[in-house]
Design a protein around this ligand. Structure first.
Ligand code: SF4
Length: 345
């Protein structure tokens, strides 16, 4: 199988041109061609040989939808088939004036989080950068076909299948393509990468383009977090927080702390107070996520009153706190519910 055309940033295109004995002077225009829908008007600006080599050495195929499901709230979940038949999910979530696309970074996941549907699959393989970018290109083309070519480019959350920092190099390249001026030219502020606290990756965070970071914290209590997120046993929360505290943040940037509210397990008053103690004094936003039950899960969703009570405690510490409204839960497109199989509605 040929490598994907969409795993290339300007530097890679330049070295590819050099390797093929060409001048790099058309690298910029070639990138514009690749990331602007292979606009035919740009063709006269580079030689026929370059184009032929490009077509022969890369594939421009995007992942193919094997199912598309829509929730009443406007969420659209794609099950996308990759070149080897493996499947990943990408979810378009309506959010004010612009969609947000939740993209996958791996087929399955090795982190085995206890609350997560994807975690039950195990890790099948890493996605290549071109397959990560391909999910975005596919979803944006889909949106434009439905809503018109003026549809703004979706924001991105790397919260789909997989732990992004466990696939560091390919995710880094995908983020470079997303944010490069000679790529998709998204602002790094439009992108959030979410991790469960994969410490080897967090220690290399400075290598990534300056996108937003979210940590799935989920419990301030070691035993509870150990159960929910098994990697906490090897890389406990205090060690992770120590690394996060040292990350340089640009003006007005905060780290988002995702907190899963599970009835009777993480939603007690004492949990809220402990959480507040950990977060106080940091440039932080807390995102409360009421648990979304999935078939066979042992955990329960808290009541709306319990969610409000928990939020009130955090707000009493003047902590910026939001409750993430659950979108797409009837099609299992909500956080922690992605698993690459077709689900009947
Ligand atoms: S929550 Fe994220 S890191 Fe944990 S198993 Fe699920 S996909 Fe993997």
């Amino acid at each position: 199988m040929l490598p994907s055309l969409y795993g290339n940033n300007l530097e890679r295109i330049e070295s590819w041109l050099l390797k093929g004995g060409h001048s790099t002077s058309c690298a910029d225009i070639l990138c514009r061609y690749i990331y602007n829908g292979r606009n035919k008007k740009l063709l006269p600006q580079f030689s026929k040989t370059v184009l032929e080599q490009l077509e022969n050495e890369f594939t421009s195929e995007l992942p193919k939808p094997s199912s598309i499901q829509r929730a009443k709230d406007g969420t659209i979940k794609f099950l996308l088939e990759l070149h080897d038949g493996e499947k990943v999910e990408a979810v378009l979530i309506p959010f004010y004036k612009r969609y947000t696309l939740c993209v996958s970074s791996q087929v399955g996941c090795a982190m085995n989080c206890d609350f997560c549907y994807t975690g039950t699959m195990g890790l099948k393989r890493n996605l290549e950068a071109g397959e990560i970018v391909g999910q975005y290109l596919f979803a944006y083309e889909f949106l434009k076909a439905e809503k018109g070519s003026n549809e703004p480019r979706p924001n991105i959350v790397m919260m789909g299948m997989g732990e992004p920092l466990h696939n560091f190099e390919e995710v880094k390249m995908a983020l470079k393509v997303f944010t490069a001026e000679k790529g998709l030219a998204l602002s790094p502020r439009q992108i959030t990468l979410s991790t469960v606290g994969y410490l080897p990756g967090l220690k290399r965070w400075h290598e990534m383009p300056p996108v937003n970071l979210a940590l799935s914290l989920h419990s301030p209590i070691k035993e509870v977090r150990d159960k929910l997120i098994p990697v906490n046993r090897g890389w406990p929360l205090p060690e992770v927080m120590e690394v996060l505290d040292k990350l340089p943040l640009h003006h007005r940037q905060v780290i988002t702390y995702e907190y899963l509210l599970i009835k009777g397990m993480t939603d007690r008053d004492s949990d809220a107070h402990e959480l507040a103690k950990i977060i106080l004094g940091k440039r932080a936003m807390i995102n409360l996520i009421p648990f979304n039950p999935y078939p066979g899960s042992e955990y329960k969703k808290p009541s709306t009153d319990d969610v409000e009570r928990f939020k009130k405690i955090l707000v009493s510490y003047s902590l910026m706190t939001m409750v993430r409204t659950t979108k797409g839960d009837e099609i299992l497109a909500a956080c922690g519910q992605l698993k690459a199989k077709q689900l009947s509605l």
